[in-house]
Design a binder for this molecule. Structure first.
Ligand SMILES: Nc1nc2c(ncn2[C@@H]2O[C@H](COP(=O)(O)OP(=O)(O)OP(=O)(O)O)[C@@H](O)[C@H]2O)c(=O)[nH]1
Ligand SMILES: [Mg+2]
Ligand SMILES: [Zn+2]
Length: 296
C-alpha cells in the first residue's frame, strides 16, 4: 500500500514541480496528477513517489495565503503560504512608484504583511533621494528597511525569523543578490537543481523557496512588471489606499470615479499635495482598468 509524503513545493515550472521532503537532501521532481496547474511555490502537498527522485502530487493542502503575478494576458500563481512580502526597490535602475503601490495593495489584499526594502544604499545621492521619496509610505504606516545587499544585510535577519517571506519587485532591484547574501548555500542549491532549466542569464525566471530554519523561509521571485489584482473589485481597491480609505462613500455621487465629479472627497483630500494627487491617479487608473475588464 502506497502512503503519501508531505512536502513543500520549492519551485514550479509549468506542470513540473520540485518538492522538498523533510530529511531529504535533494527535492523530488514531481508532476501534478491530471491536467491541473493549480500549484504554487510554497504550497504544502501530498506526493506519491513513482521512482528514484520522482513523484506525483496527489493533493494540495489548504493555503494560508496566495499571491498572484500578472502578465499581459492573465494572472498566474506566484506563491502560497507566505505571511510577509519584502517589496524590493532601488535607486538604480529607477523603481516604479506605481508598481510599488500595486505591490503594497496586493500584499494587503492577500493578508500578507508588506515591508518595503530599499536596496543599493551604497549608491550615494540617488539612494538618499529614494529614501526621502519613500518617507510618504512610512508615514502611511508601511515598514521600511534600507540597506545594501552588497555590504550588509544584517538589518533583514530579525525580520525573517518565524516568517515565510517573499522578495518581490521589478527586475534588477537586487532580490536574488539579497537571497544569496541571506541564504549561505542559495547559489549552490539553485544551480544543483535547476541547471537544465536555467537560461544562463542572471535574471530569475521562476519563484524559488529556501528554507532558513524550521519555521522561517525566504522565496525569491522573478521581476514583476505587474502585480495580479484582477480578483479585487474597484471599491475594494479604494480600501487599500490608506490615505483615502476612511473616505469610502463620502463623495457626493455613490458611483464617483474621483475624476471630474463635483464634491469628490478623495480629490479634495489630494488637492495641493503632489504625492497624494499622484496616488489618486494610481487609484483611478487601477479602477478604470478594472471597469474596462468588467465590461469586456
Ligand atoms: N550597487 C549595488 N548593486 C547591487 C546591490 N544589490 C544588487 N545589485 C546589483 O543589481 C543587479 C541586479 O541584481 P539581481 O539580484 O539579479 O536583481 P533581481 O531583483 O533578482 O532581478 P530579477 O531576477 O531580474 O528580478 C546585479 O548586477 C547586482 O549585482 C546593491 O546593494 N548595490
Ligand atoms: Mg533575481
Ligand atoms: Zn470621488
Amino acid at each position: 500500500m502506497n502512503t503519501t509524503l508531505t512536502g513543500t513545493v520549492v519551485a514550479a515550472f509549468g506542470r513540473h514541480y520540485e518538492v522538498a521532503l523533510p530529511d531529504a537532501e535533494v527535492p523530488v521532481h514531481c508532476v501534478r496528477r491530471g491536467k491541473k496547474t493549480d500549484i504554487a511555490c510554497g504550497d504544502r502537498v501530498e506526493i506519491l513517489r513513482t521512482g528514484p527522485g520522482q513523484g506525483v502530487i496527489e493533493t494540495v493542502h489548504e493555503r494560508r495565503s496566495l499571491l498572484y503575478r500578472a502578465d499581459a494576458w492573465r494572472e498566474k500563481l506566484l506563491a502560497a503560504n507566505v505571511d510577509q512580502a519584502l517589496i524590493v526597490v532601488a535607486p538604480e535602475p529607477t523603481y516604479s512608484d506605481e508598481l510599488l503601490t500595486r505591490c503594497l495593495i496586493a500584499a494587503d489584499a492577500a493578508g500578507v504583511t508588506p515591508v518595503i526594502i530599499l536596496n543599493k544604499m551604497d549608491l550615494g545621492e540617488a539612494a538618499r533621494q529614494a529614501l526621502a521619496a519613500l518617507k510618504y509610505y512610512v508615514d502611511l504606516g508601511y515598514p521600511l528597511v534600507s540597506l545594501s545587499a552588497l555590504q550588509d544585510v544584517s538589518a533583514l535577519r530579525p525580520l525573517l525569523e518565524g516568517h515565510v517571506s517573499i522578495l518581490v519587485g521589478q527586475s534588477g532591484m537586487g532580490k536574488s543578490t539579497l537571497v544569496n547574501a541571506l541564504v549561505p548555500d542559495a547559489l549552490a542549491r539553485t544551480n544543483s537543481v535547476s541547471l537544465a532549466l536555467d537560461s544562463g542569464r542572471h535574471t530569475t525566471t521562476a519563484a524559488r523557496y529556501y528554507a532558513l530554519d524550521a519555521d522561517s523561509a525566504l522565496i525569491d521571485s522573478p521581476g514583476l512588471q505587474e502585480f495580479g489584482l484582477a480578483h479585487l473589485s474597484p471599491k475594494a481597491i479604494e480600501g487599500y489606499f490608506r490615505e483615502f480609505s476612511d473616505l469610502l462613500g463620502q463623495c457626493r455621487f455613490m458611483d464617483c470615479q474621483h475624476l471630474n465629479e463635483p464634491d469628490c472627497a478623495l480629490k479634495k483630500r489630494a488637492h495641493g499635495n503632489a504625492r497624494r494627487e499622484l496616488r489618486l491617479r494610481y487609484l483611478t487608473t487601477l479602477q478604470q482598468a478594472k471597469r474596462h475588464r468588467e465590461h469586456n
